[in-house]
Ligand binder design. Structure first.
Ligand SMILES: [Mg+2]
Length: 436
């Protein structure tokens, strides 16, 4: 293996990649009727031609150029760094990416600059894992507990998780790590699918796709909901009628309701024995989530895909606002911040069921789930990783699903690498009219 000090970031490239998914209503839900799945795509070149750090931020179309602009402004800060600096000074570099006080005004620590910071963090971790010739999940799992704790920013977090607690969690899991790695490779991790459940699909298409998903081995399927109680009840009745009680069913309101409305609506769906209700209300309304969770118990509440930072997760966990923690690979500050969230979820004994889909999210977030299974919470915990069967053909190392399970990724890195042909074909030329 090449010495890390000899590998240096020499250039940065970004691409505004957009897929016209709104034409088929793929991805349609109660709040997002016509998404064009897009990637603000980042590559960090090195002095080794075939070694690049790659990541992306997922958006749903308009504004992808704004996201990209934020990424460009932060990524320039890592040009010239060597990989041994990136490893040894990791937290300092991560903190520097969030330290511009004038950009911070646009957050703090949420929104497009924070996601841009996440894009750079993810690309740096991708580069480290690739240089060490390991898939990211395994690279992270094989770091020393102390090395992992040393890359976490505990500011504003210590009343939820402090460094000693994080270290203790990782030390406790250390002995079973090798056994867990073997198990992850042989068994994979359970997936659930949302592919049949988009709100724009009619009943026939929904049932047809549900049948296919069941035949493909999925045990849990999620359906979008929240526009009309009558429609939700009809769709869930049809699913229960055709597929019985054994099929695990979750629903996702994508933030459609107010707090009181959510409580009433969810209680009207109780008979369907839902595995969880996702994003009942605004993602930052922590107190609202807590009230909803208490009022609809025992129906579990899931959220997190649009929670802006570790601080929101901390509040959700402390106030019992979520039974299921839905991390997202590109919403928060990258691997550095997601490590904090994964460890905090473990402390509060809540399972991680990552959000995925979009474009590239399955490829990226699976690494965090495998890391959690192997080095943090083990295999006893309920864990389903979201899977949506769209756009994987554009990736060099697409996810592998067998019999309803994610297979442990084998290729080095975080697997956000898109095919060059897809990047060039779907690169968006910004039309001035879009900005009016
Ligand atoms: Mg969702």
């Amino acid at each position: 293996m090449t010495n890390l000090s000899e590998i240096k970031i020499t250039g940065i490239q970004t691409f505004d990649v957009r897929f016209p998914t709104s034409k088929s209503l793929d991805g349609s839900d109660a709040m997002n009727p016509d998404p064009d799945y897009s990637a603000a795509y980042l590559t960090l070149q090195t002095n080794f031609l075939h070694l690049q750090g790659v990541s992306l931020v997922f958006t749903i179309g308009r504004g992808n150029d704004l996201q990209l602009s934020a990424i460009e402004r932060l990524a320039i800060k890592v040009k010239g760094l060597t990989l041994d600096q990136i490893f040894n000074d990791n937290l300092k570099i991560y903190m520097d990416l969030g330290s511009d006080s004038q950009y911070r005004w646009l957050g703090p620590e949420y929104g497009i600059f924070h996601m841009a910071r996440g894009a750079v963090s993810n690309a740096l971790w991708d580069l480290l894992a690739k240089a060490n010739q390991k898939p990211l999940w395994r690279y992270l799992a094989e770091l020393e507990p102390k090395e992992l704790v040393n890359v976490i920013d505990f500011s504003y977090l210590e009343d939820g998780l402090n460094a000693d607690e994080a270290l203790e969690i990782l030390e406790l899991a250390r002995d079973s790590k090798q056994v867990n790695i073997s198990r992850a490779i042989s068994e994979g991790l359970p997936a659930y699918t949302t592919s049949p459940g988009w709100l724009g699909y009619d009943d026939q298409k929904m049932l047809q796709l549900t049948r296919k998903a069941v035949e493909d081995g999925f045990k849990l399927i999620k359906f979008k909901c929240g526009l009309s109680l009558k429609d939700d009840r009809r769709r869930l009745s049809l699913v229960r009628e055709k597929f019985g009680k054994e099929l695990l069913v979750a629903v996702d309101a994508n933030q459609k309701w107010g707090v009181d409305e959510a409580i009433d609506w969810i209680n009207e769906l109780k008979e369907f024995d839902l595995s969880w209700v996702e994003e009942p209300t605004h993602p930052e309304d922590v107190v609202g989530h807590s009230q909803i969770a208490a009022a609809v118990a025992p129906t579990p509440i899931a959220t997190g895909e649009m929670a802006g930072s570790r601080i929101t997760f901390k509040q959700l966990l402390k106030l019992d606002g979520q039974a299921i923690v839905q991390i997202d690979a590109t919403r928060v500050g990258g691997v550095n911040e997601n490590l904090a969230i994964v460890l905090m979820a473990r402390k509060f004994k809540k399972p991680i069921c990552p959000h995925a889909g979009g474009v590239g999210l399955c490829e990226m977030v699976q690494h965090l789930a495998f890391f959690d299974a192997v080095a943090v919470s083990g295999f006893k915990n309920l864990r389903y990783i979201e899977f949506v069967d769209h756009l994987h053909e554009h990736f060099k190392y697409p996810v592998e699903i067998q019999n309803g399970c994610y297979q442990a990724p084998k290729n080095p890195g975080m697997n956000a690498d898109m095919k060059e042909s897809s990047v060039s074909r779907y690169t968006h030329n910004l039309d001035k009219k879009e900005m009016l």
